[in-house]
Design a protein around this ligand. Structure first.
Ligand code: NDP
Ligand code: KPL
Length: 346
């Protein structure tokens, strides 16, 4: 495949559900030959057919054929001196050895490559910021509203919503070139026809999204119910639904309140009751059975759960700030236990 030197070059590390969606999205703004996807379990399928996307927003049977490689070293050897403009990290945010920050480092050209973290959770940027502290590498932290599931190798279903919130990490004290890299990435997605918003400080968006992920993701993973299914499971036989919040939904709301009180203790005053109503409303407006959060997809396949990035880090911050979070702590320990059980039963 010949590359277009006038267009940005993108490396996708973690070409699963979100990685595949963004490969397709970006292919509407840059040639497929400028996009490289590092694949692991879906390598054969992606090499043969590219990625197939079925989306309620963009349509069915959409396909994209980026360059497919197995590893960072393979792509570095192939690309010789041609630097990547963006490395999209769309793996689950898991504590691995070596870390993801270490794994992608050989593909980074300081002064040129921006690292775009497309991952849920809180505090996920720190391993990258620590390792690249002495290098000129913009770290773009992003918050994705994009429910997507890989339903077969390299085949992804996407539903309902698509929006990426983008900002530098950290929000302040970074060179102006890092702020420009964030703007350029938003412009690239907008040119591709996607929805992206630039934020001076994207951490408030992270906490706002954590209301959803810190509650629904582990609750759906633990119960194996989609969000709407769980909320309806709290209704007693014969009990009406409209206008009445049942026990299950009240429980999710209570967990969200604990997450909001941690965010407030960190200075994010907008993570409040109104935002909880809004985030809960996303689910109540949806038709039955609702959506399957990414952690539920992992639980059904008995894969390690992203429980520390999404719940554990928030519980640890709560402890530091003396914020009582008994429900969130219980959810964390149960989800952590479930995740640990997978390696025992495999
Ligand atoms: N799915 C969703 O609806 C949403 C997810 N998110 C967040 O986005 C992030 C990505 O989630 P999602 O797309 O669901 O994740 P998936 O599990 O679908 O995809 C992750 C991909 O990363 C690959 N991968 C992991 N480690 C490596 C490695 N060392 N080398 C090469 N490939 C690797 C996996 O390969 P393998 O299959 O071999 O394990 C898999 O293909 C998460 O932080 C999630 O919380 C945010 C919003 C919505
Ligand atoms: C809840 C959802 C789908 C929102 O986009 C998500 O972030 C996830 O599944 O992890």
């Amino acid at each position: 495949m010949t590359q277009d030197n006038s267009a940005p070059r993108v490396l996708i590390f973690g070409a699963g559900s979100l990685g595949a969606v963004y490969a397709w999205v970006l292919s509407r703004a840059v040639p497929e030959s400028n996009i490289t996807a590092i694949c692991r379990s879906n390598y054969d399928a992606a090499s043969q057919n590219g990625f197939i996307l079925h989306s309620t927003i963009w349509g069915n049977d959409l396909s994209v054929r980026p360059r497919i490689v197995r590893s960072v070293s393979e792509t570095v050897a192939q690309s010789q001196s041609q630097p990547f403009d963006y490395i999209l990290v769309a793996t689950k945010a898991l504590p691995t050895t070596p870390s993801t920050a270490e794994l992608i480092r050989p593909a980074i050209t300081p002064g040129r490559t921006a690292v775009v973290l497309v991952q849920n959770g809180i505090g996920i940027e720190e391993e990258f910021a620590r390792l690249y502290a002495d290098d000129d590498v913009p770290i773009l932290s992003t918050v994705a509203y994009l429910p997507a599931t890989q339903i077969a190798p390299a085949v992804v279903r996407h539903d309902v919503v698509e929006h990426l919130h983008v900002g530098t990490y950290p929000a302040t004290g970074v060179p102006e070139t890092h702020k420009r890299a964030a703007q350029a990435f938003v412009d690239l997605l907008t040119t591709a026809g996607a929805t992206a918003t630039l934020h001076d400080d994207v951490q408030a968006q992270r906490w706002g999204k954590l209301l959803i992920n810190g509650s629904w993701n582990p609750i759906c993973a633990l119960t194996r119910l989609k969000d709407k299914q769980f909320s309806e499971s709290g209704r007693s036989p014969g009990e009406g639904y409209e206008g009445q919040e049942n026990e299950a939904l009240q429980f999710v709301r209570d967990v969200m309140h604990e997450i909001a009180s941690i965010a407030q203790a960190c200075g994010h005053k907008d993570i409040n009751k109104d935002l909880i109503d809004f985030q809960l409303g996303r689910m109540t407006k949806r038709g039955f059975p609702g959506i399957q959060p990414s952690m539920m997809a992992d639980a059904l396949e008995m894969r390690t759960l992203e429980v520390d990035a999404i719940v554990g880090n928030a519980v640890r911050i709560a402890k530091e700030k003396n914020v009582p979070v008994p429900l969130l702590r219980a959810v964390y320990l149960l989800a952590q236990g479930l995740s640990a059980s997978f390696s025992l039963t495999k």
